[in-house]
Design a binder for this molecule. Structure first.
Ligand code: FAD
Length: 321
């Protein structure tokens, strides 16, 4: 039996959805499943890891892991993988995962496939698929000469199974690596939003230049409030200074794959599509029937956002509240 090691992200004592998806894939592969969790409160997720089929957990329940420092994380994860020699290592293709895994892969002289949207594990082999050229095509990725096959999966692409009966999980404490650090993380300033980050959101309402100005984004927030969505934006409105860059979806913004993406006044430029075309259902609202977004949309509404959005919000309110 081979080993699959999953680097798991968690918040407020709960595993993030992306981590549950990876653990589900690992446990259904029939291999031995290991999990790594770093940061204060990691000890509290041991039960949840056990319910998701983890045999062995490496927990760094330590404030030294709280503010993500790439040097500390890379050293700790590389040490575990070097000692455990898993066939496969998985992490979510989040900002953290995309920063961490290439650093670890370089240390282990192994390959990493990032931003994958499909994953098949058979025995100690893995095949992944990832979009290329801003989503114009996808490539099948296989590994050669890679002691550990490292895969970064986009969240929301794999099913997150349900917890199973509790099993025993062997817990190892992860010591803080003693390093001569080149960089220090002094402070992490969290964004003001209490909503889920775009990359984790299940429903996104995004606005483009068709929203006319920053104040009109209120229409998007109103709808998002009713349906429990996170608000995103096109680059045009970020460049115009209407919303912060953290809200940008696309090639030079965030890659998202929610169950539902509602694009409002967004034309559907290839660079925007690159960040959201993995969404399961896409609804486009645009007054120009020939806007390219309609070619990607599951449902298209040709209309003025200033008329359609208040109507949608009112109807959803009736349905959901
Ligand atoms: C290297 C590079 C990287 C880039 N990265 C990104 C990226 O990460 N993300 C990104 O989004 N873009 C990116 N872009 C920019 C991209 O090419 C487009 O310029 C941008 O996505 C356009 O944003 P938009 O759709 O909001 O605006 P527009 O293209 O101006 O479209 C506005 C749309 O709103 C519609 N509209 C207007 N008024 C209304 C109304 N009242 N009701 C309904 N519809 C209305 C119009 O019909 C139009 O389709 C990048 C470009 C480059 C060159």
């Amino acid at each position: 039996m081979s080993i699959v090691t999953v680097f798991t992200e968690f918040t407020n004592g709960q595993l993030k959805k992306g981590a549950l998806e990876l653990l589900t894939a690992a446990r259904s592969s029939g291999n031995k499943v290991q999990a790594i969790a770093l940061g204060s409160g990691a000890g509290r997720i041991a039960d949840q890891l056990a319910q998701y089929g983890v045999d062995e957990a490496f927990l760094g329940d330590n404030a030294a892991f709280d503010d993500y420092n790439p040097e500390i994380f890379a050293a700790a994860v590389a040490q575990i993988l070097e000692a455990q020699k898993p066939a496969i290592a998985l992490a979510s293709s989040t900002m953290l995962g995309r920063d961490l895994f290439p650093r670890v892969a370089a240390r282990l002289k192994t390959g990493v496939a990032s931003d994958c949207t499909e994953l098949t594990i058979s025995g100690d082999g893995v095949q992944a698929r990832r979009p290329m050229y801003a989503g114009k095509c996808t490539a099948a990725v296989v590994f050669e000469n890679s002691p550990v096959k490292m895969v970064l999966m986009r969240p929301n692409q794999l099913p997150a199974g349900t917890p199973e009966g509790k099993k025993n999980v062997v817990v190892h404490q992860v010591p803080t690596p003693t390093l001569d650090l080149k960089t220090l993380v002094k402070q992490i300033v969290k964004g003001a939003s209490e909503k889920l980050d775009l990359t984790e959101a299940n429903v996104i309402v995004a606005g483009g230049r068709g929203m006319r100005d920053a104040a009109s984004f209120k229409l998007l927030h109103d709808l998002a409030e009713v349906i429990g969505a996170t608000v995103g934006a096109s680059r045009a409105v970020v460049d115009a200074g209407w919303v912060p860059h953290g809200m940008q979806v696309g090639q030079t913004g965030k890659t998202v794959a929610p169950t539902l993406y509602i694009a409002c006044g967004i034309s559907g430029a290839i660079q925007h599509l690159a960040g959201m075309s993995g969404s399961k259902v896409i609804v486009a609202i645009n007054k120009d029937a020939s806007a390219p977004i309609f070619q990607k949309a599951t449902y298209g509404l040709v209309g003025d956002v200033f008329e359609v959005l208040p109507l949608l919000t009112a109807e959803f309110k009736k349905l959901l509240h």
